[in-house]
Design a protein around this ligand. Structure first.
Ligand SMILES: Cc1ncc(COP(=O)(O)O)c(C=O)c1O
Length: 396
């Protein structure tokens, strides 16, 4: 058993068949073989019902601000429980981008420490937000990835110096599924006095993350993928002990110490992570975010990880057996739930698979296949059969 990046990556051999328990709560499987959680989680009946609850509140009460403020706090509390930290360390935002923009606005890039060390595996929004800070004096350094597409941890560590303000690193790459070894990077950054932001959007809900042991200063993600929610809710963990000195310039009244003070003559932000929030929360998306989180907590993150790992391995073995190339690193320490298959024509390939009622997605020349706890071996077989039928798209 290895504690790696704050998550326990030992795979349990006596795995519970989670799909047998939960799959019938996901109606989409009556229609298609859904293996596209890296893009959007499948809709659970309970998540669907939560949208109805939102609409019913409007129908019954007209407006329901009282309920709604409580909903933001409910999601904050569930996220805190999910990551094993205090609610005060969670900002609930409208996207991961909104959280990172707010964070980026809290730095003074005219100081000597103005360097942002990042990687080639980042999601576009991360690179774009950091490069936007160049106009304010920031210097952005991208560290090249290794030939196996993983982040070059040694090279990242090498790039961190006394001028490094923050190291911004992805946990699981959205293009190829490569997972980064985070702990040595965090340790090296802290030794040099730099902060760390982890973009864990492709990791949260797929790989266990305990933020009481993974010592990153910030972690950003959102609820719509493996966490089963809907677009409109992102979040950021901000470790109180290392980040409370940072006060964002990008702000709004929901980030104020007292939201209902209605003061237009001063900026008095919350002192906890809520200071990274902004305006009216995306209320309709908070309902499904909470419902999805409740399911995730019920199923259990370690159970999900243990259950999905063999499905991932079987998909990989099947693709390779038919002559395809899986570009996702094979070591369990270096990938999340998603595997990426090299394709000669990614869009046509996705469409061909969809014609077989197999739903996947593509990025950067690869087909992304992303099993979750509601998928089963039959799904794996259907996915592989569809890939076999359209073998001509497989890039060697
Ligand atoms: C790794 C990663 N980061 C960030 C994002 C985007 O986040 P948002 O649209 O909430 O800003 C995504 C969405 O696909 C992602 O996969």
């Amino acid at each position: 058993m290895k504690n790696y990046g704050g998550h326990i990556l030992a795979v349990n051999t006596s795995v519970q068949d989670l799909s047998a328990i939960y799959r019938d709560q996901f109606t989409v499987f009556n229609h298609v073989t859904y293996m596209n959680t890296c893009s959007q989680g499948a809709l659970a009946d309970r998540v669907r019902a939560s949208f109805d609850t939102y609409l019913q509140t409007l129908e019954l009460k007209g407006s329901a601000w009282g309920d709604w403020a409580g909903h933001q706090e409910n999601v904050r509390g569930l996220l805190a429980k999910f990551f094993n930290v205090a609610s005060a360390e969670i900002a609930v935002t409208t996207s991961a981008s909104a959280a990172v923009s707010s964070l980026a606005s809290s730095f003074d890039y005219t100081q000597k420490r103005n360097k942002i060390v990042t990687t080639e595996n980042e999601f576009p929004t991360i690179g774009q937000i950091w490069h936007a800070q160049e106009r304010r004096g920031a210097k952005v350094v991208h560290v090249a990835s290794k030939p196996d597409l993983t982040v070059d941890v040694a090279a990242v560590i090498n790039a961190i110096d006394d001028e490094t303000l923050i190291v911004s690193v992805t946990m699981v790459c959205f293009r190829n599924g490569a997972m980064t070894e985070l702990e040595p990077i965090i340790e090296a950054a802290h030794k040099k006095g730099a902060l760390v932001l982890v973009d864990a959007y492709q990791g949260t809900g797929a790989v266990p993350i305990d933020l009481s042991t993974l010592k990153t200063d910030f972690l950003v993600s959102g609820n719509l993928k493996y966490m089963l929610g809907a677009p409109g809710v992102g979040f950021m963990f901000a470790r109180e002990s290392t980040t409370k000195h940072l006060v964002p310039i990008n702000t709004g009244w929901f980030a104020a110490r007292d939201i209902f003070a209605m003061d237009i003559h001063a900026y008095d932000p919350a002192t906890d992570a809520r200071r990274f929030e902004a305006g009216t929360p995306a209320i309709p998306a908070l309902y499904p975010a909470a419902a999805g989180l409740e399911i995730m907590l019920e199923v259990g993150m370690q159970n999900i990880y243990d259950y999905v790992a063999p499905l991932h391995d079987e998909l990989r073995a099947g693709i390779e057996a038919m002559g395809g190339t899986v570009v996702t690193p094979s070591s369990r320490l270096n990938h999340g739930a998603m595997l990426a298959v090299a394709s000669t024509d990614e869009n046509a390939h996705v469409a061909a698979l969809e014609g077989e009622k197999v739903v996947t997605s593509c990025r950067d020349g690869n087909i992304r296949v992303s099993p979750h706890f509601y998928n089963n071996r039959e799904d794996v077989e259907k996915v592989l059969a569809a890939f076999a039928k359209h073998k001509s798209f497989l890039r060697k």
